[in-house]
Structures are given as C-alpha cells and as structure tokens.
Design a protein around this ligand. Structure first.
Ligand code: URA
Length: 422
C-alpha cells in the first residue's frame, strides 16, 4: 500500500477500503505520510466525498488514535455539546455553566478556530491566566467537583483528528460533510460521551451552506452515534448572520458576561436556552418543558453566572484584565432603511484579518481584536448610524461595503432554529 495510490484512488472518485483508511491514519500519525500528501488526500475527499462506510472507518481509526476516557464514574447525567462552527459562536461558554448549574455534568473538550469560524479554546485563552490544557485527572476531578470543565484537545485524545484538524484549517479542506462528521464524532467516542447535543450551523457564515447538507450531516452523525452507543440530538440553526453582536475572542467573553450577568436578550440567548434545555432534558431524563423551566430559572437567579465564575476560577483565569485593542474604527451607514442582512462569512474573514483568527498554522492570535455589531436584523438605520466598530492594532483600509444590507422593507421570515433531528 502507498499514499500516492490512495490519493489517486480518491481523485478518481473511488471508495477507500477500511485497511487503506487505517494505513493513512497510522502513517500520518507516525510521520511517514507528510503534511503535503495528507493535504492532497483531504482535498480529494472534499471534492469527491466519502460514503458512509468510509466515514465510519475514518471515525473509528481517528477515535482509536490516542487515549480513551471513561466517564461512567461521573454517573448517567453527563451530556456533551458540539457546534459545527460559526461566526460569533460562543454558545459553549454560556451553555456549559447553565447546564452544570441545573445538575447536568459537562466534560467539554473544545477546539481552536477553524477557517473563518472562531474556536472556544481561543476565546477562553483570551482570559489572562486561564488554563486551557487540563491534564486528564484535573479535568475529570473538576467535572466531578463543580460539574463543568472545558479543555483543549491536549490529552492524547483522537490524536489523528488533532493533527488533521490543524492541517484542514490552513489548506481549504474544512468544508466537507464526512470530514466534519468524523472529526466531531471521533472525539466524542474517544471522550466516552454517551449523550450529545449537536448544533449544526447552516448558512453563509457556517461550514455547511444549505439545509439539505445540514440534514445529511445530522443523519450521518446520528448513525455514527448509534453504532457507538451515543444518543445524539441535532439542532440545525441559522448562521447567515453572526451569532450575537461580538466577534473576536475577548470581545466574545464580554458578550458571554452580558448574557449570564446582565440578562442580555436576543437570538444568541434564545439559542443557548434551546441547546441547554435539550441537554438538561437528556441529562436528567426529564421532558423538554421541565428542562426549559430549570434553564430559565438558572439564568434569572444568576446560578448560571455564578457557575461561570466558578469555572473561570477553577481554571485560574482572571476576568478583570481582559485584553483591549488600542485602536477602534467605526463603520457608519451611508443609507436609511431596515437592516435585512449581516454577512456572517465576510465578518468572519474580516475578523480573522483584524487578528482574531489564524491565516497560517503558526499565526499568533491577537485576543483583543474583533468586531462589535451595533445593530440587529430589522432595526431601522439612519444614514450616519454606526453599524459596527472594529477593534484592532492593525492598519485598516478598504472595508467591504456589502457586509450590511439595508432595504426599505423589513425582513419577514428569519427563523433561528431550522430543524431538530433525533
Ligand atoms: N468541529 C470539529 O471538531 N471538527 C470539524 O471538522 C468541524 C467543527
């Protein structure tokens, strides 16, 4: 067997065998297969796809490519969540403390930014002092003691995914249904997850651009879950526009606090309530309405906010000194009318250029940079109103003037939750 034949096979739209996929994973991990060869194979997969059998094999070998955790000792009330990645998506940082404060345990392993989408670990790392790579014992002890821990993929878990994920980020090979499904599910299998809520983002700012593809991805991940004794609930959500108002790492932490402490309302809060309710329902084996009442109570009583503070304290972070960019640029409207679109993809790319994401594998993130959007869909805009503020220490020129769409009529239908598949 050799990698060139395998790349050519996929280039010719043929299916790879279980043995070939095992060969690729083993030899990429050991360094025999080089990054440039793996990139080439990944691009062939992006272009020509993989069938379910190939995807199951890829998931299995990535799940087996490191240590496995056993969460059974934590009890039956452990629930995980994962998002396929969006712009301004800080839901994990809101949902995890809500759910933990309702008595459901969250042992969360999160990723860094991927492509134009941000990653929870980069956001957490913007909090000075915060430890994002918890060792296995510390991670599990923390979940046991306070019900929640968030760590990066540092333990030897799904090592092949870790290496491939970083490569996909910088080789234009992120947007592929089998690669996304196997990446997410291999981590969940290795982590010992038994109950999982997946937030599948659909739209301009997401990795998946249309509802049909999102449904295919949902069903694929549900099937991988069934094979591995994981109960999966998929929530398909709109990502045409960014989630919430802040994009960029420390700015997103500020928005998390606005929601948990200051009761900020809007679509981000609504989505967090939905995901949390599904997780609490699964974790406590109670019906959805009962779960939602618990979630709303946790938010209004500030139990969720206190749990967030406890999480940050346990992981040694200090919220007093969140980094702030020195320079701000205000972008103003030049027309009047209703705001009917905010292009999440363009803002994701802009925020990456401002310093909030990586263009190359080695790039260092500027945690203080990013964007605050001051208007929401269907707000009336007057010429001269500030639409967004850019935070960056870089020099800014030429901002795309098609990011915001303004019209004389309001947008009629703008659902946040597009479907729920179990
Ligand atoms: N999240 C992951 O963990 N992997 C992907 O491929 C996409 C989103």
């Amino acid at each position: 067997m050799n990698i060139i034949d395998i790349i050519n096979k996929k280039r010719m739209k043929q299916s790879l065998t279980d043995e070939e996929i095992k060969y690729v994973i083993d030899n990429y991990l050991s360094g025999v297969i080089k990054d440039y060869q793996m990139s080439s194979l990944l691009m062939a997969i992006v272009l020509n796809g993989m069938n379910e059998e190939e995807t199951y094999s890829l998931t299995k070998y990535m799940a087996n490519s490191g240590d496995k955790l056993d969460l059974n000792f934590l009890g039956d009330n452990v629930v995980d969540k994962h998002s396929t990645g969006g712009v301004g998506d800080k839901t994990t940082l809101i949902v995890a403390p809500i759910v933990a404060s309702c008595g459901v345990k969250v042992a969360k392993m999160s990723g860094r930014g991927l492509g134009h989408t941000g990653g929870t670990i980069d956001k957490l790392e913007s909090i000075p002092g915060l430890v994002v790579n918890l060792e296995k014992e510390r991670f599990l002890n923390q979940v046991n003691e306070i019900g929640v821990a968030i760590t990066s993929q540092t333990e030897n878990i799904a090592l092949a995914d870790k290496k491939i994920y970083a490569l996909r980020d910088v080789t234009g090979t992120v947007e592929s249904i089998p690669l996304i499904a196997s990446s997410i599910m291999s981590k969940k299998i290795a982590l010992g997850t038994k109950k999982l809520v997946l937030d599948i983002k659909v739209g301009k700012g997401a990795l998946i651009k249309n509802l049909d593809d999102a449904k295919t991805l949902a069903n694929l991940m549900i099937n991988i879950g069934k094979q591995n004794n994981i109960k999966v609930v998929c929530i398909l959500t709109n990502m045409d526009i960014p989630l919430g108002n802040n994009i960029g790492n420390s700015l997103e932490i500020e928005e998390v606090i606005d929601i948990l402490k200051e009761n900020k309302q809007g679509s981000l809060t609504d989505l967090c309530i939905e995901i949390s309710s599904q997780m609490v329902s699964l974790g406590l084996n109670i019906d959805y309405q009962q779960a939602k009442e618990k979630v709303l109570e946790s938010l209004s009583s500030k139990k969720a906010y206190n749990k967030f503070l406890q999480l940050i304290e346990y992981q040694e972070g200090s919220l007093d000194k969140l980094p702030k960019a020195n320079s701000k640029y205000q972008i103003k409207s030049i027309t009047n009318g209703y705001l009917i679109d905010i292009d999440a993809y363009k803002l994701g790319v802009l925020s990456m250029h401002l310093g909030a994401g990586r263009e190359n594998k080695e790039d260092k993130i500027d945690y203080s940079s990013g964007i605050i959007i001051h208007k929401n869909i269907n707000d009336y805009i007057n010429s001269g109103d500030v639409l967004m503020t850019l935070y960056t220490d870089k020099l800014i020129t030429n901002i795309d003037n098609t990011i915001f769409k303004i019209s004389s009529n309001k947008l009629k239908n703008n659902p946040l939750i597009l479907d729920i598949i179990k």
